[in-house]
Design a protein around this ligand. Sequence first.
Ligand code: PHE
Length: 455
Amino acid sequence: MLTESPREQWGSKLGFILAAAGSAIGLGNIWKFPYIAGENGGSSFIIIYLICIAVIGLPVLVGEILLGRTTQRNPVGAFKALNGSKFWAGVGGMGVVAGFLILSFYAVIAGWSIGYIYQSISGDFFQYADPAKAADHFVALTKDVVWIVSYFALFMIITMSVVYAGVQKGIERGSKIMMPLLLLLLIFVMIRGITLPGSGEGLKFIFNPDWSHVNGQTILIALGHAFFTLSMGMGAMLTYGSYMSKKDSVLSSAIQIVILDTFIALIAGVAIFTSVFAVGLDASGGPGLIFHTLPAVFTIMPGGQIIGTIFFILLTIAALTSAISLLEVITAYFIDEKGWSRHKAVIVFGTVTFIIGLPSALSFNVLADFNIFGKNFFDLVDYLASNILLPLGGLFIAIFIAYVWKFDKALIALKDGSEKIFNKNPLIITLWQIFIKYFAPVLIFLVLLSSIGVL
Ligand code: PHE
């Protein structure tokens, strides 16, 4: 059953860009990107990553937003509208499921971030100048079931209240406030990092190419991260695109989203590594960099309590605008396909996501010894969603556009709102065609093979 009431739309193109950039910019940029860049050769990795974003990320992102804009539907409805087969509706359904899974563990990490705002304000972690002690403190906190579950619940409630308020009044309005604030706070933290004595080492670490670290695996890591950081392959961008007007350009919006996302990842890298090096700590902290190494950095550096508080506030904002887009996918599906009201969909599925996320939250304490395929529940859900479902979704989107919907038809749809750009640069059409027909399917397939251990 389809709803009768007119579908919501963004109030402006800027509103869409900020909301979509909000989805893209998240823990992936501020937590994940700096440490994987650090582990994989700094700027040589960044160069490969930029190529992956241009060759795979941008073309598939354009395609995903276009599917939503053309059909004005959620992921399942979009595939159904263009192709009647159950298989393709199932691909959309896979996106909705991936949305649940990602949100369920993403909100757990985001909860820690809120917890750490309090830790900074209260000064609790400012007794741990030694990262090993800061790490012990973090482990002790995550072992506390009440601590981890309550911050997880709090984060879910905040996410739900924004989505509950609707596309324009909730998501768009929220993004217009939060995104500029995020940028401002991050630039502030970066300037503090750069002005610390000894920060040059950090800049060298992140910008000096070191090609000895680069191999086939590096390329696959870069490509895999491109999906996660651009929120691609599970219908978040498709759903946001479905609220877009035909007058606005999908192509120029996608380019702006990619630029903003990349820019924020780079600033985050500079902010974090200049600070880490300036206080003489180890930059190869891996996934623990933010919650183990940074608290120690803030303890040592002058003004660290303020910078620490600001840092965890901005991390929470970044995570929030991403979580909102994840919940919106599920919500849009139940509104479009099942005729539910937005309010009912948000309350029911926000709660369901919280319940699905509980085993992830408990993976750090009660369920710590419970392993499936050698991974705890949290790692398993993260791996399944980020390394399998997202690339698989991206692969299907590329194949669908190129060979099922057919490139020529997609191109006609893409021209709506982008005529001027195409008339000026006809080469773009050829590039999009080559990338979406050949490069994207082949390269994404390789990423998938490597994820399941075949490569
Ligand atoms: N792009 C978000 C980040 O970088 C994560 C995300 C993935 C959000 C998929 C929505 C969909 O943190």
